[in-house]
Design a protein around this ligand. Structure first.
Ligand SMILES: Nc1ncnc2c1ncn2[C@@H]1O[C@H](COP(=O)(O)OP(=O)(O)OP(=O)(O)O)[C@@H](O)[C@H]1O
Ligand code: SF4
Ligand SMILES: [Mg+2]
Length: 349
């Protein structure tokens, strides 16, 4: 059964992004990079935002927080605790960021200042939003934060420089800075990409633990569906600047209702898999300005029909999933593989 998406969906959310468009001027007009992005994040939840490189994950989240590049054209609505952010002066957005909303940027390991001690960098984050804080209070808070992110012997570490910390420890410092001012929403963009697998797992567990301790909502941006599997409550899958599927994490993996999600899940390597069984989605994501007509995924889709080449699918609700596929309700049963058979029933719409 499919049903149109209710307008009020996620209306009580902490962050509600509606019909967000981000484009760049090209020779023949605007090149759309984010196309009608719809997302919401509720208090205390972990939302995974997943998609291949270039799908618009960072751009969509950054633009929604007023952090887009100067050449970006942004329209749509982003409400944080009911207040509209699009069109708000940069100064007001800056005040909001770092206080109520915080961000861990992609490639955070190079975001620390190499010639400043770790303690001074965290103190600076504190002063940015509370200039009156005494040095003694700030130092106490830095030590508490270092303890919170499980840095051993923080007294000895506070005056060290970033190069004296391992990659995982530096990431912990970045997280300490991000939560220094008790934000309500933390957006972490590929927080573990540069780290080895065991450190990745430690950082993810720590982020989840912090979310519970501090009552944060967490947006976890990643190209790796495997990362969100164990750590997100809900997942939004993005393709070519648009959410193509959204569901609770268990439901997404149990019964994906979009062929792109099926491809991503099938691409997760398993320990028992021989090399010749590794799967990757055929083709490549569309380049900016070269979006195929109809469904943007159709050149790579094993289920594509004529209608897919002509008509862009609207978003349907199928059970508890939202899916932007004409055949969301009639895709063959999911067995964990790709089952390339085309859908037998007609399109949903
Ligand atoms: N300032 C800019 N000017 C022009 N194009 C841009 C700009 N910033 C981003 N883009 C384009 O917008 C698209 C989306 O980029 P974005 O950084 O959001 O991708 P992503 O999904 O975060 O990918 P990755 O996983 O590699 O980080 C890409 O095609 C990118 O080249
Ligand atoms: S609309 Fe068609 S091409 Fe697009 S994902 Fe669905 S079946 Fe594939
Ligand atoms: Mg990115």
């Amino acid at each position: 059964m499919t049903a149109p998406i209710a307008e009020a969906d996620g209306v009580d959310a902490l962050l509600r992004i509606r019909d967000l468009n981000v484009g760049f001027s090209g020779r023949n007009g605007t090149l759309p990079a984010v196309r009608g992005l719809d997302l919401h994040v509720s208090r205390g939840e972990v939302l995974g935002v997943v998609g291949e490189s270039g799908s618009g994950k960072s751009l969509g989240m950054l633009a929604s927080l007023g952090l887009q590049a100067r050449n970006a054209l942004v329209s749509g609505s982003v409400r944080f605790k009911g207040q509209e952010l699009i069109g708000r002066p940069r100064r007001e957005l800056r005040a909001l960021r770092g206080a109520q909303i915080s961000m861990i940027f992609q490639d955070p390991l190079s975001s620390l200042n190499p010639v400043m001690t770790v303690g001074d960098q965290i103190r600076e984050a504190l002063y940015l939003h509370n200039r009156q804080m005494t040095k003694q209070k700030a130092t106490q808070r830095v030590l508490d934060l270092l303890r919170l992110v499980a840095i051993p012997q923080p007294q000895g570490r506070i005056n060290q420089y970033p190069h004296e910390f391992s990659g995982g420890m530096r990431q912990r410092v970045m997280i300490a800075m991000a939560v220094a001012n008790d934000p309500e929403l933390l957006v972490a963009d590929e927080p573990t990409t540069a780290l080895d697998v065991t450190v990745q797992a430690q950082i993810m567990l720590m982020l989840r633990d912090l979310k519970d301790k501090l009552g944060l909502a967490l947006v976890l941006i990643t190209h790796d569906l495997g990362v969100v599997a164990g750590h997100a409550d809900r997942v939004a899958v993005i393709y070519a600047g648009r959410v193509v599927e959204e569901a609770a994490v268990r439901e997404l993996f149990a019964d994906p209702r979009h062929p792109y999600t099926r491809g991503l899940i099938a691409s997760i390597p398993k320990l028992t898999m021989s090399e010749d069984k590794l799967y990757s989605i055929p083709g490549a994501p569309p380049m900016l300005g070269a979006l195929p007509g109809g469904c943007a995924f159709h050149p790579r889709c094993a289920y594509a029909q004529d209608v897919c080449r002509k008509v862009e699918p609207p978003t349907h609700r199928v059970g508890t999933h939202k899916s932007a596929c004409h055949f969301a309700a009639s895709l063959p049963a999911w067995n964990g593989g790709l089952g390339a058979a085309a859908p037998e029933n007609g399109a949903n719409d």
